[in-house]
Design a protein around this ligand. Sequence first.
Ligand code: AHR
Length: 632
Amino acid sequence: IIVKANRPVATIQPHMWGIFFEDINMGADGGIYAELVKNRSFEFFKPLMGWKVQGKKVKEGDVTVLHQEKEKPSNPRFLRLKPKQAVVGDMGLLNEGFRGMGVKKGLRYDFSLQYRLTGTAKLHVILEDSSSEVLGRAELPLTTSAAWSTKGISFESSATVLKARLKIWVEGDGVLDMDMVSLFPTDTWKSRPGGMRSDMIQWLADMKPGFVRFPGGCIVEGFDLANRYRWKNTIGPVDQRQLIMNRWNIEFAHRLTPDYFQSFGLGFFEYFQLSEDIGAEPLPIVNCGMACQYNSAEFASLDELDPYIQDALDLIEFANGDVTTVWGKVRADMGHPAPFNLKMMGIGNENWGPQYIERLKLFTDAILKKYPGFKIVNSSGTDPEGERFNYLDKELRNMNASIIDEHYYRRPEWFLQNASRYDQYPREGSKIFAGEYAAQTDRGASPNNTNNWRGAIAEAAFMTGLERNAGVVEMASYAPLFAHAEGWQWKPDLIWVNNLQSYGTPNYYVQKLFATNKGTHVLSILFNNETLAGKDSLYASAALDSIAGEVVIKLVNVSSRSVIKPIVLEGVKKVDQRGKLILLRHDVPEAENSFEQPLNVAPAEKEIKITGKKIQFEMPARSFSVLRIKVR
Ligand code: AHR
């Protein structure tokens, strides 16, 4: 195997390996958004979903849901309670959380609510386990107030419990209106109140992703246009963000999650902030005036497209405008006067046909007119090789599209066979974003798909092909990112969580190894003058990391036998005697990680001795090796 270390073939984009976040599989509410109360604002389709009214003295009409759209346009519902000389046990509420509430021993929890009160009332706020054992409690006296006000209190949990719940007893007399009833852990990411679940975000930060694509996915399209993602409804004070039903609140993969909504406590400001926190480029995707074509296939007609285009223009201003601009000021008022430096945006997700091209052209003209040089990510549909794809690819290239977003959810064999997919792509013109991909170990949207090593190693093999072609493929991201063990719709997924724990799949470690060992330039790596893209079940790519002064070689052996081959580093004066090998391997193709065995398939790092420019290198059976060698 010969690596030409002094002849870079192409530049690798610093943001090449990124992440794709979508609120699917309880990724946001019940996932990274750390709110523990489900349906805190009573805006779910069924206003009391997630809640139970309880107490010895609750009579018909004592607890009602009111709707005041004039007064509270984006969050019209609230709960009215009429306690009559109530004491603890007489009138109360129970919230079940998102598949329960995960709470930790010794950690403080912030409870808050919006309320108005005629009469007197005190709340007894209790965190309890499923057998009503009290884990923590606090008393919150409320003051009489005709206007809505917010009050909160914090308390500690005495135990770690996977499925706790929140109970609230009302003591007092009068009329109490309640809204935005909330409970947050205090160990959120960067300790931000009302923030994100830190263990989940840490997985992302550890990957050092080059970009964060958000908010999806089909979420962007909606099953109809009314259900599409509208970023302007996701910013500003959380109680003014208008909740909608999650697009994944449908029967999918034989599963139904009827309590799946988007509260938008996690919105576009938070996505930009997250990208900044973890050093990644933000990549928002906006609706192009088309709903999901598999569902409603609803289009906004061309003469109705202006508000959609305006949303895209305003988003750039929201991200980058200074405080003298309308949307730049909104961002500044939310606590971020500095711009987020947005450089690219996707128009549409998995949209296709002439309808997409017509709409895309209008978006592109308007955006480039106002922001010349801005990068637009263009959809190429859902099928990486069929007629639809070919049509779009041709049209997009004719438009001189800057980036074409290709998606492929396919069998592991497809990934192995397609490791040279980009070898023949034109080097000039449009670049590629492999925006969503995953090896499906069963088939299609099957609930039997798993995150096993067979799928992950096929992805690693394929990704060597992406890296070899980094001159064409500028960005790539696995999808979906997160899944809750009790709330998923789609498999496989990169990171699995329950209410307290999370683990990275073998696929996660493949992504992480690419992202944290990406290098700056592609180097040629050949065996008998041929690219290693499946010959003898071997796959390889090489990169120069000009910052670290290292050659980074990635080798994938998908066969069941170990292979030893000499690797020759050409064009270097000196090779450091100490190299680093990171090895990800497992003998069993069906091996998976789990909550019980999170590191069953995980990388191991060791130092290796190098005695010259020729290295006898062993690639164990079913392995992915990353070799880092300092050179001069
Ligand atoms: O990643 C899951 C879904 O797959 C995305 O929402 C969609 O873009 C694709 O079809």
